[in-house]
Design a protein around this ligand. Sequence first.
Ligand SMILES: [Ca+2]
Length: 520
Amino acid sequence: MQVVWADYKHSTPVSQGFKSLANVYLTMAKVYYGERRVSAMYDSKRFLFLLVLPFFAFIPVADGTHKTRPNVLFIAVDDLRVELGCYGNTPAITPHIDRLAKRGTLFLRAYCQQALCNPSRASLMTGRRPDTLRVWDLKTHFRDTHPDVVSLPQHFKNNGYHTQNIGKVFHNWRTVIKGDLASWSVPAVMHYATHGSDTPQVKSEMPPNLVKTTRCECRDVADEAYFDGRIAELAIKALGELKEEQFFLAVGFWKPHLPFNAPKRYWDMYDRQKLALPKNPEPPKDVPPIALHNGRELLGTKGLELTSDEVLELRHGYYAAISYLDAQIGKVLSELNRLGLAENTIVVFWSDHGFHLGEHGLWCKTSNFELDARVPMIISIPNAKSPGSKTESLVELLDLYPTLVDFCGLPKATDLEGVSLRGVLDDPETSVKQAAFTQHPRPAYYNNKPEVMGCSVRTDRFRYTEWRDFKSGKVVARELYDHQSDPRETRNIAASPPDQDGLKQAKELLTKTFIRRRSP
Ligand SMILES: [Ca+2]
């Protein structure tokens, strides 16, 4: 883009001089504001723009659109429980995400607000709890209940960022509204589909499926045969296009969500004989039946019975899907480095909830157990005070919204229910909250209204859950797990708590968070 002669009726030495000066200011404006934004302003009101151009140089650095604000690379993954090399104690091979953890802060005790895609994502992306949104199922969009809520990317967009969505960030299916138009500067891509439609795309003959278990697929195909390989490609392309912009780029990967269909090379990274069956395949002792569910996402409504070999193949498939996901994230992070953007880009990595692979006799999500509620989460801030740190601080996914607003210097958003994690990112020993809250209705996939709501609190030591009749609020069942002595949650000790004060504190915290929000 250059100031063109056709803009002026007369060619004189004075106008020639003005043209040269205008081009100098134009170049400065592009450096300050990004090429695309300046081009748009220039094209729409060309003459007026040229008149005011010199004054742009004097707008202070603190202006809302200035490039010194960091970019955000917001990486979402689907159904990944805490199984990454950087967390230890896992067979998962994830060198690329592990490298991100070395640059950032690894959250050892981060929790989702509900272990189901739509409510978890709606909560994180709006900074509000599922009870506040009244979104606990797959088909209610948060715009149905809160049409004017300002989402996290929308707040960035409103404050001068270019916001863009590639892949699954909001829920991917069943909602009438596809994604969230108001959140993005350009239309989202690869964000709305069913997981079952992620079938391999190949140009030549389809290689055979080398595994047999339901929802598992092992074919010798390229990474790009499936959604996530193509999402990585699109994200790399977008980074190149946005490198002069101030951007919030959300990249949502679909793995390791079912089906477990990673390309063969990722299955080959694991020796199935060395993978273990679940350590606690039985429900917790004295668990109320309402805490469990039928795992219909994998087992169907008829309750498919799995052999030990099938359980192992499914576990193998889950790890293969994790390593496939890790490789795609590695490609995107490498491009961020190659373009020199890493030094001014906050990278956030999160999973929408955890997952069961046969533990507690459960498959998939939709419970309040630690395996479903706890999530992997990494935040990497440029020039961090504690790079490579790990924190035990209790945090929630809904803290991401205020954290990013804080670090990017945006005006505070209203009515957020999370808190900024700046204190934890500066010092991993810092605590910012006493507890994390997760909930899930029963039936797990209800029609119309839930019958019972399970409200759960994780304190430093305990997980305490109350199952409450949705209409009356009456408690119909309780669970208490002592993570000090029973980290796998194998014994419900609600009837004989070891620490009355600890239980009292958990009850008070739970009551304060859940009671006041619900009016059935
Ligand atoms: Ca999910």
